[in-house]
Design a protein around this ligand. Structure first.
Ligand SMILES: CC(=O)[C@@H](O)[C@H](O)COP(=O)(O)O
Length: 255
């Protein structure tokens, strides 16, 4: 799949926050096979992780997708994006503008405005959004070439709260890369997203907070692959009624 002209083979994107240790983070990322990892500039800087952490991420050989997690206004998000571009030397930015501190729901009005400002300034924007079709259209008009609808609130692990909304997005934007971002809790959630025809999944907490993060990273990678293969194989329609799966040919001879 191509995102902003960049070819990727792994459809699992991984976050880098909340791991029990830097070593566990590195092992989990390697096990996931992810080629793209996202990093929160504000959160990591606030944690005081500093240059060692950035060097560790660079050493993993993944492409870095900086994000604006923790930003609540257009100005904060735009400023953070500029800092990220300077630090990581990339035009990519995962744009989060949070509108509500309980749900961490995106402020879609501020999101569209920030996306337009950044796209006009040469950024390649990955917007964390809801599954609203109109907002999706506005983000594309603003210059985004990918959409990242939420599965459920960040860190909740609830899985896909609105599969119908994601299905509608797939139908409405057949040619736009769609990456489900946030709320994935279990491998089966990732598989479901891929079976719905999503192009990729981005997740963090489900791996970082698992008892065995490396094991969960591997499980998520397999789940994404299975879901994609299932989607590509064109699953059967669900039926309301039972239909015998074994055809009845002839009659059993009773003696
Ligand atoms: C890491 C990151 O960017 C998060 O803001 C992202 O949305 C992932 O959410 P989960 O932690 O729920 O997977």
């Amino acid at each position: 799949m191509k995102i902003y002209g960049h070819e990727i083979t792994s459809r699992l994107l991984l976050g880098t926050a909340q791991y029990p240790s830097p070593a566990v983070l590195s092992t989990a990322i390697r096990e996931s096979g992810s080629e793209i990892i996202t990093v929160s500039l504000r959160r990591e800087t606030a944690d005081g992780t500093g240059a060692g952490f950035w060097d560790q991420l660079r050493d993993l050989g993944c492409r870095i997708l900086p994000n604006t997690a923790g930003c609540h206004s257009v100005q904060e998000a735009v400023t953070t994006a500029h800092m990220a571009r300077d630090l990581f030397d990339t035009p990519w930015i995962k744009l989060e503008v949070i509108g509500h501190s309980d749900t961490l729901q995106p402020d879609v009005f501020a999101l569209v405005e920030a996306a337009r400002t950044l796209a006009d300034d040469g950024f390649q924007v990955f917007p964390y959004t809801t599954d609203d079709l109109v907002v999706g259209e506005k983000l594309l008009e603003a210059g985004c070439e990918v959409l990242m609808p939420w599965g459920a609130p960040i860190g909740s692990g609830q899985g896909l709260r609105n599969p119908d909304g994601l299905r509608a997005m797939r139908a409405h934007f057949p040619d736009v890369p769609l990456i489900v971002d946030a709320g994935i809790g279990r491998p089966s959630d990732a598989t479901q997203a891929m079976e719905l025809g999503m192009d990729a999944v981005l997740l963090n907490t489900a791996v970082a907070k698992a008892g065995d993060p490396a094991g969960m990273a591997k499980a998520m990678a397999l789940a994404v692959e299975a879901g994609r293969a299932g989607f590509a194989a064109d699953p059967m329609e669900r039926r309301d009624m039972a239909v015998p799966s074994t055809p009845v040919l002839g009659l059993a001879a009773l003696s």
